[in-house]
Every structure is written in structure tokens, then in C-alpha cells.
Write a protein that binds this ligand. Structure first.
Ligand code: FE
Length: 226
């Protein structure tokens, strides 16, 4: 299997490239528009054919490269079924599988950060979008975010996965690249709460700044960056 974790410095976004092997089909999760040339070069270098691109949710902090990648490679665009982006070709349901050669990726609806947020599980690899971050969780104060939904997605879906599941989030702001569900369950400060109300209380008092260019980014992401 080929697995590459790529980083966007400006938005601290992680983009993932997956393929079953050289010369085969590839899939990209959460591409950033400014880095599309880098992805195309990497695909060429590894002799891969990009067939699918997934956005875990409508991002507020960067513009997706999905539409640009589709124009350049004819790949299909995928998001969860609750996406407000009409341009998405394949809208996957909760627990639906996405195939890539012999690889299977399970779509999991994990709302909370946004109402359209999905996580994607491939074998032991969990691509959590902004639902679960390393030592953190996605904010819930815009795009139909909801702390109660986030709690449910975290405690009743994501944390039900085995401890050894590898956590690959959509962002990290401190240079962390990977964690495990076991490690997050034990040490992630947001996951040490005793009730849903305690979680809501924490999320209601984060007092975070609005992301730069959020309105422009969302408008463009509703068209997949076109
Ligand atoms: Fe986000």
C-alpha cells in the first residue's frame, strides 16, 4: 500500500494520498487548492491514477482542491450525504464502503464540528477530519456545529474503535502527525469529561477567533473550490 501524509503550512491541513500500489488507482482526502500541482507531481512520480477525491466536510479555513483535481484527472468527487455542496458527484451514506482497487474505506457520519462531517476508516487508519484531533476536537461554533452531536460522534462512534486504530486528523497545529484511539482516549483533555453536559460546557467556552476568510472559503467550497 502507498500512504502519504502531506501538510499545508498556511492552514495546517493534512491531506492524505492512498493507493494499493505503484501503477494503480489512488484516492486523495482533503486536498488544498494551492497544493494541487504538488499532488499531480506526486501522482506522476508514483505512477498513480487519481480516481477519487474526498472532502471530510465543508472546510472553513482553506479552499478544497477537489474541483481542480477533477478538472485535471477526471477523478470523482465524494463527500458524505449531508453535504450542502451540490457539485459533489458521489454522496456516501453512513457505513457505506468506498472501494479503491482491493482497499475498502468505510464512511462514518460523525456530525458535530459541522453537520456534514464524515470520518473515513480504512483498515486501521482513521481519517477523522476535524471530528477528533490529536489532543483536541473540532470546534462546534459554526456551519451547524453542535457540541451534543460532537459528543455522540466522539463517544458513541469514534471511541468505539479499537485502541490501536491510527488517528490521522485533517489538521494539527503543533507538529503532531499521528496518534491512536487508545492514546486519545487516555490523554486527550477534551475526552476526559464525565458527561455530555460537561463536554458542551467546555465547547461553549472556547472563545475562539473566527477563521480568516471563512465566508469566502465556505462559498468556494460549496462549489468544491471551482
Ligand atoms: Fe473544519
Amino acid at each position: 500500500m502507498i500512504f502519504k501524509q502531506l501538510f499545508d503550512n498556511k492552514s495546517s491541513t493534512y491531506t492524505y494520498l492512498i493507493s494499493s500500489g505503484k501503477g494503480r488507482e489512488a484516492l486523495i482526502i482533503d486536498p488544498v487548492i494551492e497544493n494541487v500541482t504538488e499532488y499531480i507531481n506526486l501522482l506522476k512520480e508514483l505512477d498513480l491514477k487519481l480516481v477519487k477525491v474526498i472532502d471530510t466536510h465543508i472546510h472553513a479555513d482553506h479552499v478544497t482542491g477537489a474541483s481542480k483535481l477533477k478538472d485535471l484527472t477526471k477523478c470523482s468527487t465524494i463527500m458524505g450525504e449531508h453535504t450542502p455542496a451540490e457539485a459533489v458527484e458521489i454522496k456516501v451514506k453512513d457505513d457505506e464502503y468506498i472501494n479503491l482497487d482491493n482497499l475498502e474505506i468505510r464512511a462514518m457520519h460523525t456530525p458535530g464540528h459541522t453537520s456534514d462531517s464524515f470520518s473515513f476508516l480504512m483498515d486501521k487508519y482513521l481519517f477523522s477530519g476535524d471530528t477528533l484531533l490529536i489532543n483536541g476536537t473540532g470546534r462546534t461554533d459554526f456551519q451547524n456545529g453542535n457540541s451534543k452531536d460532537a459528543y455522540n460522534s466522539l463517544f458513541n462512534r469514534i471511541l468505539k474503535l479499537p485502541d490501536e486504530t491510527l488517528l490521522y486528523p485533517a489538521h494539527d497545529y503543533k507538529g503532531e502527525t499521528v496518534s491512536t484511539i487508545g492514546r486519545e482516549r487516555k490523554y486527550n483533555p477534551r475526552l476526559q469529561v464525565k458527561s455530555v453536559d460537561e463536554y458542551i460546557e467546555i465547547m461553549n467556552n472556547l472563545n475562539l477567533k473566527k477563521p480568516i476568510s471563512i465566508d469566502e472559503n465556505i462559498t468556494r467550497n460549496l462549489k468544491l473550490g471551482a
